[in-house]
Ligand binder design. Structure first.
Ligand SMILES: NC(=O)c1ccc[n+]([C@@H]2O[C@H](COP(=O)([O-])OP(=O)(O)OC[C@H]3O[C@@H](n4cnc5c(N)ncnc54)[C@H](O)[C@@H]3O)[C@@H](O)[C@H]2O)c1
Ligand SMILES: N[C@@H](CCO)C(=O)O
Ligand code: NA
Length: 444
């Protein structure tokens, strides 16, 4: 790679939507500071867009609809990709990396599916691949995992990594606003993905969980490996049930080391260790730090052997916060070009297996509508015992002709908990299974 001392770093921007517009604004507003920090001017060589006639606050002469030609241009050193989705982003970034051009991307969907081939291309040419904006927006999280904590052993990463769903859950919890209203507002504010089902159904959080698990555990984890449940099934009854117990509902991404073994465990690994990577709604105590993370804010806990517990908190979505992370990466790759450095490569040597959700230990909160007569509790308790699931707490509220029964379990495998709930739902004394939610963030 040629040294760039003093020579401008020429940037091709792919996509000029919510994030891209803010990237251009920051590059323009902070041009002098960026030059000083990088050691060379950072200039926009061109901006690939789909609709060139759309009104934008960017110089019209930089716009092109030919992203491929822009990427291939000899006048370009660095590619910033903020188009989103798999294609054409994948093909464009692969050809950029193969040609030795550094890449900065905010595209978690692409990284969670194709990071292996992107890293391969980056290794072949020695070009940098940075993606801080892809997870938890503005929050510096991937750099700490890839660099600052590279000497430690991370055991768990857990947090709120989707701003749109957190915004919706916060609205439902505090003002009782409807699901549809809050989703519309999140889209208007630029938090939601182009297709908001990616947020609501947990795909966006699952992509981020795959990226976090890959970095934290030095293993290749793709979105398909992640157990995923979105918030579409979270009802007002779930939120009320949580409130009644001093808890709140959050969509969590959880990546943790788990032991592998046991008679029914099909997964094998030489060192008896695997990982669990999951995204699902969960009840957490209102006293838990994650409970006070509202709106489009994200927060992620990281636990490591030597460092202990750390929490990363900040704006996880929105044009300007995301552009901040993109610019940070752009400065890093530009510095590397100027000073002939290289950022971290893929680290997947540990190759830990991902354990199926059914074998993952978790805890359930179950709320039942039951007939208020003698013996109901013992019938329900017998089903728990049958599945080897132990009960941590029971709360019963009688009414005239029926009653509500709330049960919080100790940890058991997700499969055992699921079959317990199925069997209980079939008992004649149970009128309705009102709410089933996993419980996180407390030890019992
Ligand atoms: N908005 C956020 O809060 C946020 C936060 C973190 C990461 N991201 C990620 O950043 C990326 C961009 O998100 P966004 O919110 O800016 O999306 P957006 O939909 O606002 O912008 C994407 C732009 O790319 C354009 N585009 C599509 N195909 C193109 C092509 N072939 N060539 C050129 N342009 C093309 C679209 O017309 C659109 O203007 C996505 O990967 C997203 O997941 C977004
Ligand atoms: N749609 C994403 C954008 C940030 O990655 C979210 O709501 O968190
Ligand atoms: Na980030």
């Amino acid at each position: 790679m040629a040294s760039h001392e003093g020579k401008p770093i020429r940037v091709a921007l792919l996509g000029c939507g919510t994030v891209g517009t803010e990237v251009v604004r920051l590059l323009t507003d902070q041009a002098a500071d960026l030059t000083a920090r990088v050691g060379a001017p950072v200039q926009v060589a061109g901006i690939a867009v789909r609709r060139p006639n759309k009104h934008r606050e960017v110089p019209a002469e930089l716009l092109t609809t030919d992203a491929e030609a822009l990427v291939a241009s000899d006048d370009v050193d660095v590619i910033v990709e903020v188009i989103g989705g798999i294609e054409p982003a994948r093909t464009l970034l692969l050809s950029a990396l193969r040609a030795g051009k550094s890449v900065v991307t905010a595209n978690k969907a692409l990284l969670a599916e194709h990071s292996a081939e992107l890293f391969e291309a980056s290794d072949a040419s020695g070009a940098d691949l940075y993606f801080e904006a892809a997870v938890a927006g503005a929050i510096p999280l991937l750099r700490p995992l890839r660099e600052s904590l590279a000497g430690d052993r991370i055991t768990r990463v857990m947090g709120i990594v989707n701003g749109t769903t957190n915004f919706i859950l916060s609205g439902m919890d505090s003002t009782g606003a409807s699901y549809a209203e809050t989703l519309e507002e999140a889209t208007r504010l630029g938090y939601a993905e182009a297709d908001p089902t990616a947020d609501v159904d947990g795909f966006d959080a699952a992509s981020k969980a795959a990226i976090l698990a890959s970095l934290a555990f030095h293993s290749r984890v793709t979105a398909a490996d992640v157990h995923r449940e979105g918030i579409a099934s979270v009802s007002a009854a779930d939120i009320a049930a949580a409130k009644a117990l001093g808890r709140t509902v959050k969509l969590l991404a959880i990546c943790e080391r788990v032991p592998i073994g046991g008679a029914d465990d099909q997964t094998t690994a030489d060192d008896g260790e695997g990982i669990s990577v999951r995204v699902h709604p969960a009840m957490i105590p209102t006293s838990h730090p994650l409970a006070s993370v509202h709106g489009a804010f994200n927060a992620v806990f990281v636990e490591a052997d030597a460092a202990g517990e750390m929490m990363f908190y900040g704006q996880g979505a929105g044009g300007a916060p995301t552009a901040s992370a993109v610019l940070g990466d752009l400065v890093a790759v530009a510095r590397n070009r100027v000073h002939r450095g290289r950022g971290p490569r893929e680290s997947a040597y540990a190759a830990l297996p991902v354990r199926p959700m059914g074998q993952t230990p978790t805890r359930y909160h179950i709320s039942l509508d039951v007939a208020d007569r003698a013996g109901v509790l013992s019938q329900v308790a017998a089903v728990f015992a049958e599945h080897d699931v132990s009960i941590a707490a029971v709360r019963q509220e009688g009414r005239v002709d029926d009653a509500s029964l709330v049960i919080v379990t100790h940890a058991a495998t997700d499969a055992a908990l699921r079959s317990t709930v199925d069997k209980i739902g079939g008992l004649p004394v149970v009128r309705e299974v009102v709410s089933v939610m996993r419980v996180e963030g407390e030890e019992i």
